[in-house]
Design a protein around this ligand. Structure first.
Ligand code: KG4
Ligand code: ZN
Length: 353
């Protein structure tokens, strides 16, 4: 089954061709330069850029896969949610046109499912050669979501905990803006914190540290950073930026690690899969690996460089699994964008195609 995948859920226009879990081609057109100046994604700018680029990106994915055209694919998988409503629509409409014009089956994919599967996407040689072992605990930390997921089996998910306010990536983005830097904030904060010796100088509050639920929260941390910045003179702020960035990163990461530890203890599950843009953070990876060594757990991160971020390869892989299970959308003309789509909705049991 050869699947053409499309994702326009945020600020990357992406397309890929996959066969099962193997990526045959992948193309991504990043919009970061268009959004940097706004400190976040500017929805109407994102939509226009997706509209201008989608055809080029999808056709490039086909040619890179050495395919002649849409007749050479078996199905189209597209992200229908969650994400930016007017951006999602561009990919969905393009997928509908292909499916209508070439009589191809339409597959609806949840973007967060893609992140969950991203550690299991393979290159053309079938590497990495690993499969998710069920049940697995999924830690999804992206720009729009932060959740701990009980991944019960192929296409079966239950959210055990999630952020009650900002997502981790969103908190990084806001912190970067407060410190006078641009978007995306995660890599900027990480770089600022890189050579800091006293990494937790400001000892910011660890959100939800005492609660026994698996929920996360980052808005209090963000406010603590804001008040600290406001209390400083411009000269102080200039010299303290790396310490502020590092202390912020430390507090955020430690609270994520603590919640994952609690999830491991509560569920007794020893296989962990991490996904989403924040999972590239090397301090986070280090502390998660340490935790898993201590607890005797296996931990998997997206292994191919480009898979950490938004991409269509992970959407294609989920699409291929859906296709294998015969899960297609029969009347795709009725498919609408679902900006707040949850993983529970995409779970095999409750599926709203
Ligand atoms: O998964 P992703 O590409 O998009 C969504 O699905 O939301 O995640 C983007 C997020 C941004 O908020 C960005 O600041 C964050 O991932 N991010 C990082 C790092 N690189 C990207 N956060 C922390 N450390 C990083 N190195
Ligand atoms: Zn994403």
């Amino acid at each position: 089954m050869r699947v053409l995948a499309i994702d326009t859920s945020a600020d990357d226009t992406c397309s890929a061709v996959v066969e099962g879990r193997r990526v045959i081609s992948h193309v991504e057109y990043s919009q970061i330069s268009l959004h940097e100046q706004w400190g976040g994604i500017y929805p109407s700018v994102a939509r226009r850029a997706h509209e201008e680029r989608i055809e080029w990106v999808v056709k490039k994915a086909l040619t890179k896969a050495k395919l002649q055209g849409f007749s050479d694919i078996d199905a189209v998988a597209v992200t229908t949610g969650p994400g930016l409503a007017i951006a999602l629509e561009v990919g969905i409409n393009f997928a509908k046109q292909i499916c209508h014009g070439y009589k191809k089956p339409f597959i609806s994919v949840n973007h967060m499912e893609g992140h969950l599967y991203s550690s299991y996407v393979q290159n053309q040689k079938g590497q990495p050669n690993r499969e998710p072992k069920f049940p697995t605990l999924g830690l999804l930390i992206s720009g729009g979501h932060s959740e701990i997921v009980l991944w019960k089996g192929p296409l079966e998910y239950q959210i055990l905990g999630e952020t009650v306010d900002d997502a981790a990536g969103e908190a990084f983005d806001k912190a970067s803006r407060m410190l006078g830097f641009s978007y995306p904030g995660g890599p900027i904060i990480e770089r600022l914190a890189e050579n800091v010796k006293n990494i937790d100088k400001y000892n910011f509050p660890r959100p939800m540290a005492k609660s026994k639920t698996l929920d996360l929260s980052f808005s209090g941390l963000k406010t603590a950073l804001l008040y600290k910045i406001k209390s400083m003179t411009p000269t102080e702020l200039n010299s303290e930026r790396p310490y502020l960035a590092s202390s912020f990163q430390e507090a955020l990461i430690k609270s994520v690690v603590k919640k994952l530890a609690l999830a491991i203890d509560q569920t007794n599950i020893r296989d962990i899969t991490v996904g989403g843009g924040v999972s590239v953070n090397s301090r986070l990876r280090l502390l998660l690996r340490k935790l898993c060594r201590e607890k005797g757990c296996n931990i998997f991160f997206p292994s191919l460089k480009y898979l950490n971020f938004d991409n269509a390869a992970m959407i294609g892989v989920v699409g291929a699994i859906r296709a294998k299970n015969d899960i297609f959308v029969e009347d795709f003309s009725t498919v609408e964008r679902r900006p707040r789509m949850t993983l529970a909705e995409s779970s095999l049991k409750n599926m709203l195609l």
